[in-house]
Design a protein around this ligand. Structure first.
Ligand SMILES: Cc1cc2nc3c(=O)[nH]c(=O)nc-3n(C[C@H](O)[C@H](O)[C@H](O)COP(=O)(O)OP(=O)(O)OC[C@H]3O[C@@H](n4cnc5c(N)ncnc54)[C@H](O)[C@@H]3O)c2cc1C
Ligand code: SF4
Length: 811
């Protein structure tokens, strides 16, 4: 048996780990691999930091390879370990904390450093870059305490940072030294259109401005400009460019210029020392986008695996703005120079612009604004260097259907593409991987392909090509995933999943995804919470709730508001309170400086603007149960005064409502549900637009179900009329449990009734023995619930989750 050689990767980032993934496939047992990463996280998708900041992705969802991946592949991972030197004589790498690792082959993939303007005050607190998770964390935390943000640099990164900060509720001014924004990616016309659009979103711009200094005591207060003007700000994000990280080359005697110098096979000047990624300079170019780095990774992996390769010849790049809600694309040499000519169309009404630049009969550059559907095809044409003579107008006016792969030339382009060509640059997805997902994993819709392969899951620039390949591989079956899965991770529907969980007694979310062969082994934000609910519903006594599969509100037992604070709603049964409780609520609100106290539509008191770290202390002082205003549980039981005070009242609506709220509080359900009780048909508690409403009539109670007052109002259907309070409880229990057992996760009762039909529900509940069986099961589910606020108040470990985070966010 041959002893594996030692391979050390320095830099646990996108380029380096991608090369290792290739290598593991090509030569699985050739190397014993050790990875050093300066950050405390496993390998994550840096591109997606923009969407994390903008609030559309969670940090945990951008992990590319989790901790288990390293274990499964026998990789020794050292996180939080920066390598300070490579001793190329002794062939060891040495970390700052003194760890030494010998190597036969070492790969440097240390990425870039964000360039910080060397102006006075740039070292003040509140001046940051936008490069890693820690920077995101700093922006999240600044947005909680401060209002004004300045972003220096209106390039791709600067605008994505600005959009994210706007979403976090800050007032954002973007400062740019050029007269127009994104000048490296857009021509003036497209830039102007983009600026107008971003201004309507609330972004402010100061153009042709040069920053001179930053003032403030300790923390930034003002940004001064060379023209004498200034801007008050609490946070400055510098997005003025990146510099290849050549520190290791400097300390280890490796040749470098702007970046570490490499040849076409990623060799440095020192034998057995390779480099790739943003830290390198290849043929005079240092790249700042992932697609070229992945191409470098494929070449390096082949060389290290001993597989013949043609070498890396450089890349043409394209860019796309991901988070502004505006579609912008550019590629190649889009500014016309001598010897090239441009063709453009602009539609000010539709807000679209398209420009192509042609040189020697070939397409060399393109800019698209407003509609970027043609981006991928234009980019492919630029990369291929094919002649477009005679087709110029066609390219400008109506390229898409042809090149989408549905017919003619486009089909042949996609057909002729080699299997290992990367189609989605951001996530390094090849044509072969798309083919495999369609042909072998049954992905027949764009959503399924995206979930299965991550293609088009970052910037979206490759969408047209992915759709083209879907047509190419799936043919008539496109969209045929008629068997709609609960999400793109599976083609199984809700009922099949529940049935399988039950019959195979699957007990954890991971187990379900594994056994039922999920396309995406980590699941997504739709299937994880659904599975968590189904498992809890099926095995209330055995299943351990997976907090990480729940949304933020349910994890913190409070509703997160748009400014990042939370709102607290204590339980007030039936909406009936006491002076003592009101005094308690008022004094807690005063003590914690609650900026707003409001009655909710369900007759409860809502304390807004509470900091996360104050939540447990407030709950402790309130000494009241959680009102569950944040969860997929019973929200409130609204009541009228009934016959206690009202002269029209026929029954005691308040007592009935309190009894119901006490009985069903904390009950998990597919979606939130609201109840109400009115003391007579005048229906002051609006019981007939609730998930279940009880209306008293002379000597009886009507039970109405399936109502909703949301975007589309749905009045309830009458389920039954009963004589006694006990019967009300029996029918309500049975109804709720039947909904719990048959509803789809996140499906309100109004939609559920429309889907399954009122008659089905009536039939399921008509026999008393069935109702009693359902009642028994709902009691079992209720018997294991506890008050979440109290649980946290009494548990120091749980309280720690609410403490402000000092370091980077856990991912
Ligand atoms: C917010 C943001 C959005 C982006 N959007 C896009 C986009 O839409 N499209 C696109 O193509 N690209 C985008 N990029 C760029 C893309 O993320 C980078 O091109 C890519 O991450 C570079 O990969 P890399 O492996 O070379 O470097 P990195 O991913 O930066 O990895 C380098 C790693 O090495 C570590 N390291 C450094 N020095 C040492 C040392 N001495 N010892 C140990 N570890 C060390 C670093 O901490 C880092 O974790 C974006 C970047 C950012 C920051
Ligand atoms: S619903 Fe009937 S009982 Fe209740 S407050 Fe209105 S009028 Fe009075």
């Amino acid at each position: 048996m041959t002893v594996p050689k030692k391979l050390v990767l320095i830099g646990n980032g996108m380029a380096g780990v991608r090369a290792i993934e290739h290598l593991l496939k090509l030569a699985p047992d050739t190397y014993e691999i050790t990875i050093f990463g300066a950050e405390p996280h496993p390998n994550y998708n840096r591109i997606m930091l923009s969407t994390v900041l903008a609030g559309s992705t969670e940090l945990k969802d951008i992990i590319i390879n989790d901790w288990d991946w390293y274990k499964e592949n026998n990789i020794t991972l050292h996180t939080n370990q920066s390598i300070k030197k490579i001793d190329t004589q002794r062939k060891v790498v040495i970390s700052e904390s003194g760890i030494e690792a010998p190597y036969d082959e070492v790969v440097i993939a240390t990425g870039s450093k964000a360039f910080m303007l060397p102006i006075p005050g740039a070292d003040k607190e509140g001046v940051i870059a936008f490069r890693d998770i820690q920077d995101c964390e700093k922006m999240f935390s600044a947005a909680k305490s401060y209002k004004k943000a300045a972003v220096i640099g209106a390039g791709l990164l600067g605008l994505e940072a600005a959009r994210g900060l706007l979403n976090l509720g800050m007032e954002v001014t973007v400062i740019h030294k050029h007269p127009y924004i994104m000048e490296r990616q857009l021509d003036e016309a497209a830039s102007l259109m983009l600026r107008k659009e971003l201004e309507t979103q609330g972004m402010k711009f100061l153009l042709s401005k040069h920053s001179a200094s930053i003032t403030g005591r300790g923390r930034v207060k003002e940004l001064q400009f060379t023209d004498g003007s200034h801007l008050a700000t609490d946070l400055i994000v510098m997005a003025v460019g990146i510099r290849p990280n050549v520190d290791l080359a400097k300390s280890s005697g490796i040749d470098y210029n702007n970046g570490i110098l490499v040849d076409d096979f990623m060799n440095t000047n020192i034998p057995h020392v390779s480099a790739l990624g943003e830290c390198v300079e290849h043929r005079g170019v240092a790249y700042g986008l992932v697609a070229p780095l992945y191409e470098q990774g494929a070449v390096l992996a082949k060389r290290l695996a001993g597989v013949e390769t043609a070498g890396y010849a450089g890349s043409v790049t394209s860019t796309k703005l991901k988070v502004s809600g505006v579609d912008v694309f550019s590629a190649g040499r889009f500014v016309e120079t001598e010897g090239s000519r441009a063709m453009r169309i602009q539609d000010d009404v539709a807000g679209t612009y398209k420009k192509i630049v042609i040189r020697n009969g070939k397409l060399v550059g393109a800019v698209l604004f407003g509609d970027t559907a043609d981006g991928a095809s234009l980019f492919a044409s630029i990369k291929s260097g094919e002649s477009i003579e005679g087709r110029e107008k066609e390219l400008l006016l109506g390229i898409s259907s042809d090149l989408l792969g549905k017919s003619g030339g486009g089909a042949s382009r996609l057909e002729n593409m080699p299997d290992d060509e990367i189609v989605c640059g951001c996530n390094g997805v090849t044509k072969g991987a798309i083919g495999d997902a369609v042909l072998n994993k049954g992905c027949h819709t764009f959503g399924e392909l995206k979930a299965c392969t991550k293609a088009s899951a970052s910037c979206g620039g490759c969408k047209a090509d992915i759709e083209g390949l879907l047509h190419f591989y799936a043919g008539d079956k496109v969209g045929e995933s008629a068997k709609e899965g609960i999400c793109g991770c599976t083609s199984l529907g809700r009922d099949e999943i529940v049935e399988q969980i039950q019959s195979m007694r699957l007990m954890t979310v991971k187990e379900v995804m594994h056994v039922l062969d999920w396309n995406n082994k980590e699941g997504c934000s739709k299937c994880r919470p659904s599975l968590n609910y189904y498992l809890g519903m099926l095995f209330p006594e055995e299943y351990v709730d997976e907090k990480e599969s729940r949304f933020t509100n349910e994890r913190y037992h409070a509703n997160i508001q748009k400014d990042g604070t939370y709102s607290v709603v204590p339980r007030i049964y039936g909406g009936v309170t006491t002076p003592a409780d009101l005094i308690k609520i008022a004094s807690v609100a005063e003590k914690f400086n609650v900026p707003l106290v409001k009655f909710t539509g369900g007759q409860r008191l809502d304390l807004f603007g509470v900091k996360k770290e104050d939540l447990p202390k407030m709950w402790e002082e309130l000494e009241m149960a959680s009102g569950h205003a944040y969860g997929k549980t019973l929200r409130t039981v609204k009541t009228c005064v009934g016959n206690t005070f009202c002269r029209f009242g026929t029954q005691d609506a308040m007592a009935m409502g309190i009894k119901m709220e006490k009985a069903f509080e904390r009950l998990n359900a597919p979606a939130k549900f609201k109840l109400a009780v009115s003391g007579c048909p005048r229906n002051c508690a609006e019981a007939t637009i609730k998930d279940l409403g009880v209306v008293a009539i002379d000597g009886a109670w009507e039970i109405h179900v399936g109502g909703n007052a949301g975007v589309k109002v749905r009045a309830c259907d009458l389920l039954t009329t009963v004589k006694t309070e006990e019967e009300v409880m029996e029918w309500t229990s049975a109804y709720l449990q039947y909904y719990r057992e048959t509803g789809q996760w996140n499906e309100r009762t109004a939609h559920w009734i429309d889907r399954v039909g009122l008659d089905t529900v009536k039939k399921a509940l008509e026999k008393q023995e069935d109702r009693l069986a359902l009642m028994e099961r709902v009691q079992k589910a209720l018997s294991v619930t506890t008050d979440p606020w109290k649980e946290i108040v009494d548990n120091d470990e749980l309280r720690k989750n609410f403490e402000p985070i000092a370091g980077p966010l856990p991912v």
